[in-house]
Design a protein around this ligand. Structure first.
Ligand SMILES: Cc1cc2nc3c(=O)[nH]c(=O)nc-3n(C[C@H](O)[C@H](O)[C@H](O)COP(=O)(O)O)c2cc1C
Length: 159
């Protein structure tokens, strides 16, 4: 990365997106994915947001305006590691969370994660992306799903 005055030029994709022109969001993407579906969504979001998608095993190294946090549904629930990760987030480091995820039916991680994050006083955006009808280890993401991911990335405006 090369600094030039107030402008930061990004080479490649950074973990937490840097400010390019004053006022641009700092973003991070973290996910919990058992069979790879939510990871695929996270990687497509990564292309849209120009920030690396990483599993919840990677700590957030610097404050972010937007944390895109995703996970699958397992036995009608978000995984306990994802819930523990959310419960461990620091409101001083994460300004707002945008949830995303995948599931086989209509279940999502929204309720459980929102409850945990509200307790931490971390705002959760109304904008979210949940792909349904996604069987474990799905193949490629469809064109329609890709469009949904693009729209979500564009519509994720901070409060
Ligand atoms: C062990 C297991 C349990 C699951 N239970 C549910 C469930 O209760 N409800 C649901 O809608 N989908 C369920 N699914 C489907 C997953 O939520 C769906 O395939 C999701 O895309 C998996 O995400 P991942 O590939 O990121 O792990 C289950 C999948 C697995 C592997």
């Amino acid at each position: 990365m090369k600094e030039s005055g107030f402008r930061t030029i990004i080479k490649g994709v950074s973990t937490e997106r840097k400010i390019i022109w004053g006022g641009q969001n700092m973003d991070a993407i973290r996910f919990y994915s058992r069979t790879g579906n939510t990871e695929k969504v996270a990687n497509l979001l990564s292309e849209q947001l120009n920030v690396k998608a990483e599993s919840i095993d990677s700590p957030i190294s610097e404050p972010v305006d937007r944390l895109f946090l995703g996970g699958g549904v397992y036995n009608m629930s978000a995984d306990k590691r994802l819930k523990a990760y959310a419960a461990d987030l620091d409101p001083a480091t994460v300004k707002e969370v945008f949830l995303f995820g995948t599931s086989g039916s209509v279940f999502t991680i929204e309720k459980q994660l929102t409850k945990v994050l509200k307790k931490k006083r971390i705002p959760v955006s109304d904008e979210h992306l949940f792909l349904h009808g996604v069987m474990p280890k799905m193949g490629n993401i469809s064109g329609h799903q890709k469009t949904e991911i693009e729209e979500f990335a564009k519509g994720a405006v901070t409060q």
